[in-house]
Design a protein around this ligand. Structure first.
Ligand code: SF4
Ligand code: SF4
Length: 272
């Protein structure tokens, strides 16, 4: 490194495991070649490009997952190799994929474009299983048995589920659970508490949110909902999703100032 750059390195930084700082522009291609071909390393840049996309484990392990997060993450990583390796953007751009609104990779807060699994139809209710939770059947522990090391008292479906529904769209009549699905915001709370009784709907896809960032100066900005529902279809190479991505990139590349994230451009010009 003394030969190629300044010798400064930054270990386990926020943008990579080893970060090489301070080389000169004519040395860049030389450094790439040495690291990738001679030393066989995987190399990513922290420039104004598409950053390595990330996703939750999705359908490989999680029954809540509304689409195959790993498949689309892998596909788009291959599809956008050029955008990943050649810094042509105004600033960095991140994709993150969450299979459901539990948002395990925090895509809503940490990516310029966030893909969050959702469903169009109704939450599937197994009324017998709901009653098992209410009866405190040991095979039906609340929250799938999480936090069970302490005695939390008897399970109270009103206190722990229906009263905590953010849109108050649930009702327990003593025998049956009712959900007014038109007013459900898919927050996942009830499903997380009673996973054997409630399941995500069958007509699944994802919502696309844009503009989140976790900046140092300005304070955190959450993503704003751009597309409420889009099917996630590998058979047509995710055409409906790549169309949204590329339209957003066109607008951002045309309008953004140097080092202006998508969320900052939206703040400056508005949602168009
Ligand atoms: S975001 Fe949802 S689907 Fe993905 S791992 Fe978390 S709970 Fe499962
Ligand atoms: S997912 Fe959330 S909003 Fe929808 S019914 Fe359950 S608790 Fe209410």
């Amino acid at each position: 490194w003394d030969f190629r750059g300044s010798g400064l390195t930054n270990m386990h930084g926020s943008t990579g495991d080893i970060i090489f700082l301070g080389t000169t522009t004519p040395q860049l291609e030389e450094v790439f070649w040495t690291l990738t071909h001679d030393l066989k390393q995987d190399l990513g840049g922290s420039g104004s490009n598409l950053r390595t996309p990330s996703d939750c484990l999705g359908q490989s392990r999680c029954e809540y997952s509304c689409y195959d997060t790993q498949a689309i993450c892998h596909f788009l990583t291959n599809e956008y190799q050029d955008e990943l390796h050649r810094p042509a953007f105004p600033y960095k751009f991140k994709f993150k994929f969450d299979g459901c609104p539990n948002c395990c990779v925090a895509s809503i807060a940490r990516s310029d474009m966030s893909f969050i699994g959702t469903w169009k139809d109704r939450i599937r209710i197994d009324q017998d299983a709901v009653n098992k939770y209410v009866e405190k059947d040991p095979a039906y522990p609340a929250n799938a048995g999480a936090h069970k090391g302490r005695d939390w008292g008897p399970f109270d479906i009103e206190k722990e589920v229906t009263d905590l529904c953010p849109t108050h769209c649930m009702k327990w009549d003593g025998k049956k659970l009712h959900i007014d699905d038109a007013n459900c915001t898919r927050c996942m709370h009830c499903i997380n508490v009673m996973p054997r009784a409630l399941k995500i709907g069958k007509e699944t896809g994802c919502s696309i949110l844009v503009g989140a960032k976790a900046p140092i100066l300005d304070g955190a900005q959450m993503g704003s909902l751009l597309v409420p529902f889009v099917p996630v279809n590998p058979d047509d190479d995710y055409e409906e999703i790549t169309e949204v991505i590329e339209n957003i990139w066109d607008w951002w590349m045309e309008e953004a100032k140097n080092r202006e994230r998508l969320g900052e451009l939206i703040k400056r010009q508005g949602f168009q």
